[in-house]
Design a protein around this ligand. Structure first.
Ligand code: SAH
Length: 485
């Protein structure tokens, strides 16, 4: 971030603009929303600027800027639409100590003016460091459409009520009150005018002051395979309402960033839980926050009902007398088959597909190898990398065809996704050579659809950078890495 966004108090401060044409006009339209004391220096000025000057909204000095004109100015805009004049006036203003912006000249400017969505007092500033003005405009248009025009009025009335709302205890009770105001009572009341909003606030406060404290609640939420776009709307809502988010190592940063800003984030994949009591420690942590009255999101990679040790945590929550719900997510198997253009079941090929684990708490997991070895069988095998050699041996031994297709998808749905298409007899070898180190899912009995290269991924299509993915954590105890995430 080269430009640091701040909101500057311009009330009573001097702001100087050099120029009287369209560029100056555009900046003045924004500046006039503030309570700055505005001076415009222009030998010739647009009639709108003349009108503003006549109305007393700004002071027009009908000549070019001279040394000393920008003294004590907080901000200076060179908007002359003439490079030489912009350069001259910017140098003068800088010498006078003002922060300088040259319109349409990012390089020589000390600050830039963002695209603004104005629902005063709610102001949203959008900046792209000059990289993509089109994007800034599109985001602005999107927000303009989404945020009701009444938002500013609600916020202004709300601001006047903040002292009254302090009757509620700080924290969740107060937050719930404001949530109720901005998303329920406020928007409903404002259709009948601002006095109705005042009345609604009084009623709402009375209701919140007498209502019993909301008990803690645990939402077990599936975060999906990694791409934030594969989160469910329900998962997003849960993250938005969370007081505490207890998450695993598989959940990448871009998803964690969707949690409410004030939420406490606890990474149980990294906090060094002891080797024997780790699952119990996680259970205890979830319960402890629930008992303290928090809305807890227990965020697990993929779907929390698939190899997620969900039941142990649910039982602990029930034992503590807490309520819970389960928000399903897209499991790695779904993301993996999607990446190779195949389906898990197919009429005439396989009427069932298995979800297996490569190893469990006891080590490499045993399965019904004979039935799996039959032609046309399909299995999504989780945690299969280390068990690959073992799986290969068991399946071949039980009669599986050596040329049975096997596809391993690493980091499915993520920017660093890799697809390894192989066959059962080459599996162990090819995996060794591929040297995969992210989470990987093995699709037994499936090959990438014809026409898809063995390694497929369109990096460009993904909006979040590879660098933002968390690296695998060395502190993560291995049993947690394989069973609890
Ligand atoms: N609950 C998760 C599974 C947890 S077990 C789910 O529903 O997906 C952890 C295993 O899931 C990993 O070892 C790997 O086999 C698989 N996995 C999770 N995310 C993955 C991803 N993005 N790509 C490939 N495999 C993944």
């Amino acid at each position: 971030m080269q430009h640091f966004p701040i909101f500057l108090d311009l009330a009573g401060r001097r702001v100087v603009v050099s120029g009287g044409g369209a560029a100056a006009l555009a900046k003045l339209r924004l500046l006039l929303k503030t309570q700055a004391v505005i001076f415009v220096f222009a030998a010739e000025a647009d009639h709108q600027i003349l009108t503003w000057a006549a109305e007393g909204a700004l002071t027009l000095v009908p000549r070019a800027l001279e040394p000393g004109d920008a003294q004590c100015a907080a901000l200076f805009y060179a908007a002359n639409e003439d490079d030489a004049e912009d350069g001259r006036t910017a140098a003068l203003a800088r010498a006078d100590g003002a922060l300088v912006n040259i319109v349409d000249n990012l390089e020589d400017s000390q600050f830039i003016t963002p695209a603004i969505v104005d629902r005063d007092p709610v102001t949203i500033a959008i900046g792209t460091e000059g990289a993509a003005p089109v994007l800034a405009r599109a985001i602005k248009a999107d927000l303009e459409e989404r945020l009701p025009a009444t938002l500013g009025t609600l916020a202004r009335i709300g601001k006047g009520f903040r002292k009254m709302a302090e009757a509620l205890p700080f924290g969740r009770a107060r937050r719930d009150f404001w949530q109720d105001y901005y998303f329920n009572a406020g928007p409903r009341a404002i259709t009948q005018g601002t006095e109705a909003v005042d009345r609604a606030l009084d009623d709402l406060l009375a209701r919140h002051l007498t209502r019993p404290e909301r008990p803690g609640h645990i939402s077990f939420v599936g975060a999906g395979p990694g791409d934030p776009d594969l989160l469910t709307l329900k998962a997003r809502k849960a993250l938005d309402a969370a007081d505490v988010v207890i998450h695993d190592r598989l959940v990448p940063q871009p998803i964690l960033e969707l949690a409410r800003r004030e939420a406490t984030m606890i990474d149980v994949g990294k906090t060094g839980f002891g080797p024997s009591a780790k699952q119990e420690d996680i259970n205890a942590l979830v319960v402890q926050h629930g008992l303290e009255g928090a809305q807890v999101v227990r965020l697990k990679g993929g779907d929390c009902t698939v190899f997620g040790r969900l039941d142990e945590e649910v039982e602990a929550v029930l034992e503590a007398g807490l309520s819970y719900d389960v928000v399903p997510g897209i499991t790695a198997a779904s993301a993996a088959v999607a990446s190779i253009g195949q389906s898990l079941t197919k009429r005439g090929r396989n009427a069932s597909a298995r979800i297996l684990t490569g190893h469990d708490m006891q080590g490499f997991a045993d399965h019904d190898w004979r039935s799996l070895a039959r032609p046309g069988e399909v299995a999504a095998i989780y945690m299969a990398k280390r068990a690959a050699h073992f799986l290969q041996g068991r399946l071949l031994m039980h009669g599986a065809a050596p040329d049975t297709p096997v596809t391993v998808v690493e980091n499915a749905s993520r920017p660093d996704q890799r697809v390894l298409g192989t066959t059962l007899d080459r599996l162990s070898n090819d995996l060794g050579e591929a040297d995969l180190n992210g989470p990987a899912l093995m699709l037994f009995g499936l090959a990438p659809r014809d026409g898809l290269p063995a390694t497929t991924f369109d990096q460009e299509a993904f909006p979040w950078p590879v660098a933002s993915l968390p690296k695998s954590s060395p502190q993560m105890p291995s049993s947690l890495a394989t069973s609890s995430i």
